[in-house]
Design a protein around this ligand. Structure first.
Ligand code: GDP
Ligand code: MN
Length: 384
């Protein structure tokens, strides 16, 4: 899960990392009021979940509240890498003498949290890694001991020559490590960490990604989530024991098991179609799960045909068939449904489905082709 800069900064503050004061505004007047409160130069910053805002014109400095309002007018509504800006952070501006990079990631190859620092801060770190990899310094932390003070200092000596900023930055790094571990983060990053002309150290940008598998014990962070309508559907599906991911195609897929779901999507693509979703109804499916799945699926107006691909094991084919029949009674289904049910109780399922307008198929490939054909036919008949 990604969170916004202002939210990451709230976490930083809790751990005592020096972050300039600031507040979020939803409109230009709000930005002006915050700038008045701060009473000095401010930075107006687009709050989106993508990086590179500075380059895209989403970060602007203002010396007066009027100017802050003007910048907010420009930035709000702007699109950065496909994401529309609907919030700006108005924060006290800091004088910059130098910009450094400081980050921690979970590293799969060393199986440890890896601390990375670079004196080439403020720019895209991937670019630094590509072009001047010698400017990035890494250290794999032993999670049993944590990041020890001398190790943190050692890293910060790669950033500064004088002891004062090294000491301040090591304290920031130690706190960042603590925040990283205690938040179940997969990444925590300060880019740039700046030193001011009078020697103060500030984190003027903040990024934290949380490992979704840790969210169950990160209630406060989970509450920071701002859900898009699509995510809302995915969350609703999850609450009903389904895993649903919306995609851009027109063929709705209802499948049991993540592997089979992937295989079904691959097959649809192979025959030239586009899946509208990933939907795994899981094992031991009750008829209710199937009706829930259909309800979620059919809210997507792009869906032109549905392909049920069920491999009956613990999931019984007759349960799924009953679910489809119930769903058909509950919602007016005016799109074709292709069904492949194989395995446990498949004969019983076939009997149940006999008197319905469902289209039975006997193999995955046939089902995928049939669904694509039907989806195309419908699209044509609608557009004509
Ligand atoms: P990003 O581009 O999305 O990573 O956004 P950042 O928060 O890192 O801001 C981009 C750049 O704007 C920074 O690298 C700084 O050069 C500049 N910037 C941001 N805040 C301030 C500030 O308070 N003072 C000054 N002088 N520059 C700032
Ligand atoms: Mn940045």
């Amino acid at each position: 899960m990604k969170i916004h800069e202002y939210q990451a900064k709230e976490i930083f503050r809790k751990y005592g990392i020096p972050v300039p004061q600031g507040k979020v505004a939803l409109d230009p007047k709000g930005a002006r009021r915050i700038a008045e409160e701060i009473g000095g130069p401010v930075a107006v910053k687009a709050q989106v979940l993508v990086g590179g805002r500075g380059k895209a014109g989403g970060v602007k400095l203002a010396t007066t509240p009027e100017e802050a309002e003007e910048h907010a007018t420009e930035i709000l509504g702007m699109e950065i890498k496909g994401e529309v800006v609907n919030k700006v952070l108005v924060t006290q501006a800091v004088d910059i003498k130098s910009e450094a990079y400081m980050g921690i990631v979970v590293d799969r190859s060393s199986k440890r949290p890896v601390v990375m620092v670079s004196p080439a801060g403020g720019v895209d770190i991937e670019e630094v890694a590509r072009e001047t990899p010698e400017k990035i310094h890494k250290f794999a932390v032993d999670p049993l001991t944590g990041l020890l003070p001398h190790q943190a200092r050692g890293m910060c000596f790669k950033l500064y020559e004088e002891y004062q900023p090294v000491r301040e930055a090591s304290s920031v790094l130690t706190r960042l490590y603590q925040a990283f571990m205690e938040s179940d983060a997969s990444l925590a990053e300060i880019n740039p960490l700046v030193v001011t002309p009078n020697g103060e150290v500030w984190a003027i940008d903040a990024k934290i990604n949380i490992d979704d598998n840790g969210l169950y014990r990160q209630r406060e962070i989970e509450a920071m989530r701002e859900v898009t309508p699509e995510e809302e559907q995915e969350i609703e599906a999850k609450a009903k024991g389904l895993s649903y991911i919306k995609l851009q195609g027109n063929i709705g897929c209802v499948v049991n098991g993540a592997g089979l779901a992937m295989a079904t999507m691959d097959l649809i693509k192979r025959y030239g179609g586009e899946p509208a979703n990933f939907l795994d109804i899981g094992g031991s499916s009750s008829p209710e799960k199937v009706t829930n799945a259909m309800e979620i699926l059919l809210r997507d107006k792009n869906v032109r045909a549905v392909f049920f691909n069920i491999f009956g094991g613990i999931t019984r084919c007759d349960d799924v068939a009953n679910g489809i029949v119930e769903a058909m009674e509950k919602f007016p289904l005016n799109i074709p449904i292709v069904v492949r049910l194989t395995g446990t109780n498949e004969e019983r399922a076939r009997d149940i489905l006999k008197s319905t307008p469902l289209i039975p198929v006997s193999s995955m490939a046939e089902g995928a082709r049939k669904a694509i054909e039907l989806a195309r036919g419908r699209q044509n008949s609608i557009s004509e």
